[in-house]
Ligand binder design. Sequence first.
Ligand SMILES: Cc1cc2nc3c(=O)[nH]c(=O)nc-3n(C[C@H](O)[C@H](O)[C@H](O)COP(=O)(O)O)c2cc1C
Length: 209
Amino acid sequence: MNRTTAGIKPVVVGISGASGSAIASRLIDALLAMNAPVIATASSAARMVWQQEMDHSFGEALEQWQSAGDFTYHPPGDLAAPIASGTFATHGMAIVPCSMSTVAAIAHGFSDNLIRRAADVCIKERRPLTLVPRETPLSAIHLENMASLARLGITILPPEPPFYLKPQSLDDVVDFVVNRALASLGLIDALPDSMRYEGPARPPTRPRG
Ligand SMILES: Cc1cc2nc3c(=O)[nH]c(=O)nc-3n(C[C@H](O)[C@H](O)[C@H](O)COP(=O)(O)O)c2cc1C
């Protein structure tokens, strides 16, 4: 069941330059469909990746989100945006997808753009923070940075397919990751039925007698 989003504080979405623009797009769509206010920022690398992976421009996406609900966008260099301060209340933040560069910066408190600063704010204010890191293979540097963040309570949610649910398409995988991200931020209480593992399929039981 979805939590009520009436009165919910803004959810910050950072889009960095890893592969997986579709996940960011679908997450923002889902948040706006839940009537959650969304404050987004995207790095210049994110826009480059978006151009290669999506069939509509990032500018068109911004227009669609602005007409779909309570949506605010800040450029990544806008370090004076409200989400750069802990005094501005937010529900928390997702960075989707999260590049290894952004993982490294956050793990070391390096807040040189708005995505990294907003994440730093979530950590210091102890607000929910979920990263959807995407890289393969992962080096020891990547793993160590993610481990330090996981130890701080940050959710590290790689965009991995739920093979056990037999996804039929990339869309199914994207939807699954988006729902896991919403759940990790406490914005939904449970995953949709179709995304829950219910144990192995059992043969029908024969009536006794
Ligand atoms: C098409 C494309 C795909 C990329 N995919 C990834 C990726 O999956 N993971 C990653 O860590 N970096 C990836 N990169 C490299 C990052 O974009 C680069 O490290 C950039 O500096 C990240 O900056 P940001 O963290 O500020 O967004 C990709 C770059 C391009 C152009």
